[in-house]
Each structure stands twice: as C-alpha cells, then as structure tokens.
Design a protein around this ligand. Structure first.
Ligand code: BGC
Length: 398
C-alpha cells in the first residue's frame, strides 16, 4: 500500500450552482425554458433542494465533515430581475452566504455565472444581445461590496459548454438537430468570443478595485478527455481544440484555471464515437472513466502552461456510493501523479455537495449528500465523511 499525500494548504471541498439547488429561480432563462410546451425537459427545477433557505445546513454538513472550501454561485437573474433593476435584498442574501461560509471555517469560491441568465437578457439575445458584456460587468460591479471578503472568484462556469449550448439552441431553432449524432456540436464562435471578452472585463474589474482580500480570478473549463483511435490523431486534435483546448488557452494570463472533468470521448477518423455498449455507464449515461481528471489536468498544463489549476468540478452520478468513492479515489490518484510531475494544483472540489437539478432531471445523483425531494431532509452519504477525512489527514492509502 502506498500513501498518497497532499500539502496542508490544498483546498478540499464541494461545488454547487444556484439554479441547481436553490429552487424557485423564476426570473432565470432556464425557468422559462423548463416550462415550454411541448416540454424540453423531463422535470422543471421547482423547489430544487430549497438551498435558498437551507444553505447554512448545507455548509455545516460540509464543514463538519472536515472539508475546507465551498464553491457556490450568485444568481444574476435574482440580483437583476429586470434590466438595470438591482435587488439590494438579493445581494444581501448572497452576502449572508459568504459570511456564513466564513463562520463555518469554509473558504468560499464564488461563481458569478453558472449557465443561467436573467430572462430579460435571454429574450434580448442572450450573450449575443447588444451590450451583454456591459450588463455582466455592471452586475458584477453591483456585487462588489459583498465580494470584499472573498478571494476565489470563478467568473464563468464552463464557457465552452455555454457556447456549445448556444450552438444547439441555434441549430434547434433552425430545425437542424440530429439527435442520432454522437458528440457535441462545435461551440458558437461569436458566443465564445463574447464570453472571453466578458471574462476579461470582469477580471480587470475585480483586480482594479481595492478590496480587503486580493482577488484570485479564473474561469472553469469542461474538459472532455478526447482520445484518438489509431490513425485518428489529427481528427481528434481538430475536433477537440475548439471544444475545450481553445478555452484553456484563453486563461493563459489568469490567476488560476478551473478544470472540470467527468468522462472521456473516443474519436475516430469520422468523428466522435458513442460510448461502447460494453462500457460501465453512470446515471448520466457517460462512461465510468475516472482517469478523465488526469487527462484534463494534462490538457491544461499543455495549453495554459504554468497557470495554477483548481479542480472546480469532478464527480459521478451513481446510486452506489462505494462506486463514488472508487471513482474519486482513482481521480485523486491521477491528480497526485500530476502534482508529482510538477503541475501546480491548488485544490479539489467534488461535484456536487447535494443531489441536485441536473439541467432537466433529478435522476442523475451526484451528491455526497442525498436530498429528500419533499421534506428536503439532507441524507449524508459515507463518501462525504470519506472525502472529509482525506482533507483532515492530508491523504489516503491506496
Ligand atoms: C456543470 C454542472 C453539471 C455537471 C454534471 C458540469 O457541466 O458545471 O452544472 O451539473 O457538469 O452534469
């Protein structure tokens, strides 16, 4: 048996996103999309985990288990429910969350945008609406007072997935959706560029203001572990580059980069292949592939060399908590190996603290903690205690 060890200042925690756990996010674009007829989603988000009211309970669970960081997001749609109409009460709510995290001894990492937009902005064209970047900057400027006590800020979660979803929406509107196609469409280039500009604007804003805590700002990229079948190396590079590597490259001057990883995609000369029938699949239908994290880290070291990495999401949707522990242990083994090879990695945040709203469904259960869908009772799983003990002891035997 070997001991896998991590430094004492390594952050250990879990991540969530407002729309997926708060409930009642009625002014967001997703709420609107969840209620379209005919339905586009299996279930609307509804009350989610009622974390809007129960966030203290959530943070306490995390802290009691021994974890040291909580990543959560501020919901722009709540803070600015109508254009230019800012809610001081909602801002104060998120300010209380930040203070509660500190009270429990958790370092907060705050995401400013995690997939959802205010409905009014979506109606005006989403990220391609005229002035969208100014709007984003103005929303963040309004939030500055509550961010004073925050060091770690993630501007935009998975800009690559945002640009891919924008492309899917455009294809759907044009009637061009091929539901049988494997893989993801290419990200919308105009959306990708706007997201990069929005990110840069907010990075500058956060760095230019004096604050009691020096800001560490980055964005998080969904890495896909694209793997070439023999002879498909070039096809894989050109398929993968616009889908994840380009977004990593844009982080070259950032304080850190968020790497998120779940599974892999194998690519042949004609493009991506479906998950093989024989492969073990998780509740999202993705291949069980814990090595994805090590590959995401390597991709980051290649395309943004020297930029410190934060694993801002990694996890598995399963109803077998032992399999969750296996998955994380294997992913951490790869992470530790990357550290030994000299790659700087600052922390590991499991996705997700709670069984949450998985963008259309509650079936894929990622949580270290289960949630009763009617009483909202939290049901901690053994994996929570297991990850907390790694945080406390600084490693594990493998
Ligand atoms: C997203 C999360 C999502 C998770 C699992 C990531 O793409 O940031 O919002 O729930 O993957 O699907």
């Amino acid at each position: 048996m070997t001991r896998i060890s991590f430094p004492a200042d390594f952050y250990w925690g879990a991540a969530t996103a407002a729309h997926q756990i708060e409930g009642g996010n009625t002014t967001s674009d997703w709420w609107y999309k969840e209620h379209l007829q005919p339905p586009r989603v299996e279930t609307p988000s509804g009350d989610a985990c009622d974390s809007y009211h129960r966030y203290r309970e959530d943070m306490k669970l995390l802290a009691d288990a021994g974890l040291t960081m909580y990543r959560f997001s501020i919901e722009w749609a709540r803070v600015e429910p109508a254009p230019g109409e800012y809610s001081f009460a909602q801002r104060a709510h998120y300010g209380r969350m930040i203070e509660a995290a500190r009270e429990y001894g958790l370092e907060p990492m705050v995401t400013l945008h995690h997939f959802t937009l205010p409905q009014w902005l979506e109606r005006a064209g989403g990220w391609l609406a005229p002035g969208a970047i100014d709007r984003f900057e103005a929303y963040v400027a309004f939030c500055l007072p509550i961010l004073d006590n925050v060091t770690w800020i993630c501007t935009i979660n998975e800009p690559n997935m945002m640009a891919i979803m924008a492309r899917m929406d455009a294809d759907r509107a044009a009637g061009n959706v091929d539901l049988r196609a494997a893989g993801l469409p290419e990200p919308s280039v105009p959306v990708a560029r706007v997201l990069r500009a929005a990110h840069e604007r907010v990075v500058d804003l956060l760095h230019s203001r004096s604050s009691s805590r020096q800001k560490q700002v980055g964005w998080s990229v969904a890495t896909q572990a694209f793997q070439a079948l023999p002879g498909a190396e070039e096809a894989t590079r050109s398929y993968g580059y616009p889908r994840d590597a380009w977004f990593i490259e844009q982080a070259a001057r950032d304080d850190w980069i968020g790497i998120q990883a779940y599974t892999r995609t194998q690519v042949g000369v004609d493009g991506p292949l479906p998950v093989p029938e024989s492969a073990e699949k998780t509740l999202t239908g993705w291949e069980y592939y814990p090595h994805a994290l090590a590959e995401g880290i390597q991709l980051s070291a290649t395309y943004a060399p020297g930029v410190p990495i934060f694993v801002t999401e990694n996890g598995i949707a399963t109803d077998d908590d032992n399999r969750r522990i296996d998955y994380v242990m294997e992913a951490l083994r790869g992470l530790a190996q990357a550290r030994r090879a000299g790659i700087v990695i600052l922390g590991y945040l499991y996705w997700s603290l709670l069984d949450n709203y998985e963008w259309g469904s509650y079936r894929p259960t990622f949580g270290l903690v289960g949630v009763d869908r009617q009483t909202f009772e939290r049901i901690p799983r053994p994996s929570l205690e297991w990850l907390g003990s790694i945080a406390q002891t600084g490693g594990f035997d493998a």
